[in-house]
Every structure is written in structure tokens, then in C-alpha cells.
Design a protein around this ligand. Structure first.
Ligand code: UDP
Length: 327
């Protein structure tokens, strides 16, 4: 079975990707520094603890496992945090990715699947985005990811490295079989924070900003189920292994939901009240990030199966009540 090097395989999206890779007949080799990931989330292949800021550790994993491709999830990914600690974000995300990309080329591996983000687009007046939309990030997280996209283009020109770049919209939900799920420490994302507030594990949810230029004043995001998202990665990997060349794909559903709509939907799914307060805007937040996925559907044959808001919240809620990695 072909080995796939999965950086960040102990994290939320990476662990779901490892499950999908194993189901598709690949062996996912997780490389993770466990700063935000969990050893107990690595269930579907070998684990190597290592840091992308240490080139020798990356070279060693290539030497030992000889992966046919890389899936690069490892990153710091919180918008608000990136505005407070831009240096940390640039160093970790860009320098770490550059080390990995150089090591990939040095090992003679030519296939690279990269987790990018809708945050590379920045704030654009009420448009539904597509892959050709201009990229003007308004936070350090998005800027760091855009820089890595640029590095990949330069390495293709110089060394023939082929990449599939996925720009994610908001990832939510959890493995319906409960083997892996979303578990951040500290948690900053809307849906898991809200579920914590609903069952009293933390204080009320604060809505960050109610004066945005949207129908109800709160930010609008396009939520995608993590299982659908990782299915796209397996299709992207196969695309590269079939030698179809570098390509960028947005992974969204084309439908946006405001923070208030997510709150209301969570109340319905859990049948419980959502304790909440209204607060200031969070620096770095875009008003609206919504994308179609026409390209992923037509070219990759991607068919999201679980990406309705009630399904995502229900899957997140089930995981929230039954699973974590701290046991
Ligand atoms: N949000 C919020 N309160 C929170 C966390 C998030 O109102 O405690 C809002 C946030 O401002 C954004 C949306 O929920 O509009 C999604 O934020 P999240 O951090 O989940 O993902 P992001 O869009 O930053 O990747």
C-alpha cells in the first residue's frame, strides 16, 4: 500500500483525512508536533512526532517511509490569534511549509496536497467566491496561507512539484462513527464553543459583532462537513497520482449561514437553549465568506453528502457528548 505523508494528521481535519485515506487503501503516515494535535487521534497508520521547523526530522520521515505524496494540514489556524501573534503564524506556517516543500522535492516526491483557506480571499463585497476571485487576505492567517500557495507555484516552475490546493471554507461536524472528531485546546470555533455553552461546559457564547453589513448583522460563513472535505482530498490525491497536474479547488457549499442562524439551528438540533451574549467584532474577521464548488464537482467529481447545517451540528453534537482524546 502506498504511503502518504500526512502533516497534522493528529489534528481535527488531518485525523479525518487519515481515516479516509486508509479506507481508500493508502497508508497515512502522520507527522505532527502535537502542539495542537492529539496522539490518541492517530488511529489509522504510523505516527512520527516531529516539527516542520526541524528539517532533519522531515528528511528522516521521507527516508523511512518513502511516501508517494504529501498531504499538508499542519498549521496554526486561528484567525483571531493570528492577529495577536503574526510572527508566530508566519514562522510556523510559512517557514514550516517551506521546509516541508524543500524536503519533498529533495526526496524526489512530486505530489503535494495543500490545505489552504478562504481566508486568502479576504473581505469582498457580498460576492459568492470562486477560484478566480482576487486574494486579498485581511488577517495574518490568510496571508500566511496565500504565501505558501505562492511558494508551491514557484516550486512547480523550478522543480515540477505538482500540487492540489484546497481552499477550505468553514469546516464542521465529526466522523459519524465517532472514531475521531473536533477537539481543540483552547477551542475558538463557533460550533464546538456553542455546544460547550449549551451543555454548561463553559460560559455563554459571545457573538463577535452584530453590526456587520449582513441581513441580521452577524458574519456569514459557508460550512462544510469534515468528512466531505476529506473525501475531496482523496479525490485530489488520485488526481495528482493520475498526473492531471496542479489545480486549485474551493471547497464550499455555495450557501452561507450567519452566526445567528447557526445558533438557531443548534437550538433546534439539540433541543436546548443556547446561552449567549453579544460582543465586539473579532479583529481579522471577514463579513462574508461563501463559495460554490462547481470546479471540485465537475473536475474531481466531488459530491458532498453530509454538508447540511443540521447534519453537521448533529454530528458535532454526538461527538461532543461521547468523544474526546483526554480519556
Ligand atoms: N464566532 C463568534 N463567537 C465565537 C466564535 C466565533 O461569533 O465565540 C463567529 C466568528 O466571528 C465568525 C464565525 O463565528 O464569524 C466563525 O468563526 P470560527 O472561529 O468558527 O471560524 P473562522 O471563520 O474564523 O475560520
Amino acid at each position: 500500500m502506498a504511503n502518504i505523508l500526512v502533516t497534522g494528521g493528529a489534528g481535527y481535519i488531518g485525523s479525518h483525512a487519515c481515516k479516509a485515506l486508509a479506507a481508500a487503501g493508502y497508508t497515512p503516515v502522520t507527522f505532527d508536533n502535537l502542539v495542537t494535535g492529539w496522539r490518541d487521534a492517530v488511529k489509522f497508520g504510523p505516527f512520527v512526532q516531529g516539527d516542520l521547523l526541524n528539517r532533519a526530522e522531515i528528511d528522516a520521515v521521507f527516508e523511512r517511509y518513502r511516501p508517494v505524496a504529501v498531504m499538508h494540514f499542519a498549521a496554526l489556524s486561528q484567525v483571531g490569534d493570528s492577529m495577536k501573534q503574526p510572527g508566530t503564524y508566519w514562522r510556523n506556517n510559512v517557514e514550516g511549509s517551506l521546509n516541508l516543500i524543500e524536503a519533498t522535492v529533495a526526496a524526489g516526491c512530486k505530489q503535494f496536497v495543500f490545505s489552504s483557506t478562504c481566508a486568502t480571499y479576504g473581505d469582498q463585497d457580498n460576492v459568492v467566491l470562486d477560484e478566480n476571485s482576487a486574494q486579498h487576505p485581511i488577517n495574518a492567517y490568510g496571508a500566511s496561507k496565500r504565501a505558501i500557495e505562492d511558494i508551491l507555484r514557484d516550486f512547480e516552475a523550478a522543480y515540477g512539484l505538482q500540487s492540489v490546493i484546497f481552499r477550505y471554507f468553514n469546516v464542521a461536524g465529526a466522523d459519524p462513527e465517532g472514531e475521531v472528531g473536533e477537539f481543540h485546546q483552547p477551542e475558538t470555533h463557533l460550533i464546538p464553543l456553542m455546544l460547550d455553552a449549551i451543555d454548561g461546559k463553559r460560559d455563554a457564547l459571545t457573538i463577535f459583532g452584530t453590526d456587520y453589513d449582513t441581513p441580521d448583522g452577524t458574519c456569514i460563513r459557508d460550512y462544510v462537513h469534515v468528512c466531505d472535505l476529506v473525501d475531496a482530498h482523496v479525490l485530489g490525491l488520485n488526481w495528482l497520482l493520475e498526473d492531471k497536474g496542479s489545480r486549485v479547488f474551493n471547497l464550499g457549499t455555495g450557501t452561507g449561514f450567519s452566526v445567528r442562524e447557526v445558533v438557531e439551528q443548534s437550538r433546534e438540533v439539540t433541543n436546548r437553549a443556547v446561552p449567549m451574549t453579544e460582543g465586539d467584532r473579532r479583529p481579522g474577521d471577514c463579513t462574508k465568506l461563501v463559495s460554490g464548488s462547481v470546479r471540485a464537482e465537475t473536475e474531481l467529481g466531488w459530491r458532498p453528502k453530509r454538508s447540511t447545517l443540521p447534519q453537521m451540528i448533529a454530528d458535532a453534537w454526538r461527538w461532543h457528548q461521547t468523544g474526546d482524546y483526554s480519556a
